[in-house]
Design a protein around this ligand. Structure first.
Ligand code: ACO
Length: 425
């Protein structure tokens, strides 16, 4: 085993620690006994250099711009596999056979319905309530409807718990949306696949499938289903990001898995994280015209101004976010089919063009992230911006629940309880 020696230059004392070798990525120094050995803490706000767990789920190489789920490249998964296949992969470690996929799909369809009691909870929210608030509350409430002890030795039991939340989350999100508008809910349709079902619950008129509108036009185009399915896949997991860290932190206290996910939803809402997709479009609308872009770029670069370009920058990616690359490709593909050539898109293109060639952004390695492109595509899918982050939630729920299971099964897991550098009285 390779080791690393830390020397305290005040006392001359030395401490030796094992270096753990990952299958991919940087080596990791195991400092678990550091405090016991030296009486000192380590200081790392924002965990920029700290691995808090061992994981086999997702791998990111931020310098190369590489992302893999269970070892498989995101580019292949996004282009050759459906979101449900990716869910199965994350949960089970390998892609499903045809039969496994059929069974999984059927189970997900069957579990999409919500207990009627939940309707009363939605009713308590005011018109125009942000769907993220309703969604987070709805998922917490689900913990009371399924308040069972999850036995991690019983694979069927914990997979049922995982399948149930993946299946119900689009229904909760669609109901949250319709509640915000004050319009009747559309129940899930067992005849529809995961993504089409969600779009139908969002868009359909009350009282039926309504895949055809009054003019005889298709209400939901195949291309829209495919685009949204890809967006779900690109959001499915992202290793130890802020919301997943929250999910693991809540898991560490022994709380119900759905409560951990509800906490993840709350963490995702912030605009430095998943809320950025809504903020990107709000910002593009605020900028208003291609002619104003230069002024806003100047503001983003001004250290005295707290204005930031939404959808730019990432803690891990110091290269193009590979998910953003895929979405940019999808955006170009959909341009004519979904009438994407709007003023907003022109503003977005101009920002991208200037920022990618500007010294400030180049020096700080600030590239567009997934949220920069997802908003424009979701707008073209006629999804209002308040639903962008709930859509991120739908995609990410499989990642959160898979990480929850991994955390619970890991014998090294401990309650999350960091230390501090106290500088008060
Ligand atoms: N616009 C302008 N400048 C920026 C931006 C931005 N979007 N992002 C970072 N910077 C600058 C910072 O001001 C800082 O400059 P300095 O070194 O001169 O002080 C430098 O780049 C480093 O930024 P940090 O905030 O230290 O980077 P960190 O890794 O902590 O934050 C984050 C990453 C939160 C994503 C940040 O880039 C940001 O706020 N981006 C905008 C919001 C966004 O798009 N979030 C979505 C992220 S992806 C996701 O969660 C799905």
């Amino acid at each position: 085993m390779n080791t690393m020696t830390f020397t305290n230059n005040m006392t001359g004392a030395s401490y030796e620690y094992n270096i753990l070798a990952p299958t991919r990525g940087p080596m990791v120094v195991d400092i678990r006994t550091f405090f016991a050995d030296s009486g000192m803490f380590t200081y790392d706000p924002g965990f920029t250099a700290t691995a808090a767990c061992e994981s086999t789920i997702t791998f990111i190489d931020g310098k190369k711009g590489e992302l893999r789920y269970r070892g498989l490249a995101i580019e292949d998964l996004a282009s050759k596999h459906s979101y449900l296949e990716v869910c199965y992969l994350l949960l089970n470690g390998s892609l499903p056979t045809k039969e496994e996929l059929t069974n999984f799909d059927l189970e997900i369809r069957h579990r999409a319905y919500l207990h009627r009691g939940l309707h009363k909870l939605f009713d308590a929210f005011p018109d125009n309530a942000h769907p993220m608030a309703t969604l987070s509350a709805g998922v917490t409430a689900l913990a009371s409807f399924y308040d069972e002890h999850i036995n991690l030795d019983n694979e069927d039991a914990y997979l049922e718990m995982a399948h149930r939340i993946v299946s119900k989350i689009p229904t909760v999100a669609a109901f949250a949306y319709r509640q915000s508008l004050g319009i009747p809910f559309i129940e899930p349709d067992i005849d529809l696949g995961f993504t089409e079902n969600f779009l139908t619950m969002m868009r359909a008129y009350p009282g039926g499938k309504m895949r055809i509108n009054a003019n005889g036009k298709e209400l939901i185009k195949e291309v829209e289903i495919r685009a949204l399915d890809t967006i779900f896949t690109l959001h499915a997991d992202h290793e130890q990001n802020a919301s997943t860290t929250v999910v693991r932190g809540v898991a560490s206290t022994g709380a119900h898995p759905y409560v951990a996910i509800s906490s993840g939803i709350a963490a995702l809402w912030g605009r430095a994280h998943g809320g950025a997709n809504e903020s990107v479009i709000a910002q593009l609308e605020y900028i208003g015209s291609v002619d104003n872009v230069e002024d806003f770029i100047k503001r983003a670069k001004d250290p005295e101004d707290d204005f930031r370009l939404m959808g730019f920058g990432h803690r891990v990616y110091k290269n193009f976010d590979p998910r953003a690359k895929i979405l940019k490709g999808l955006q170009d593909e959909l341009k004519s089919e979904l009438n994407l050539d709007t003023e907003l898109m022109k503003i977005a293109n101009k920002i991208e063009e200037i920022a990618l060639n500007d010294e400030y952004f180049i020096k700080r390695k600030l590239y567009p992230n997934i949220d920069f492109y997802s908003g424009v595509i979701l707008t073209a899918l006629k999804i209002p911006k308040e639903m962008f982050t709930p859509i991120f939630v739908i995609g990410r729920t499989i990642g959160w629940i898979t990480q929850w299971i991994e955390f619970k099964k890991d014998k090294a897991s401990k309650i999350a309880r960091p230390r501090q550098l106290y500088t008060g009285e």
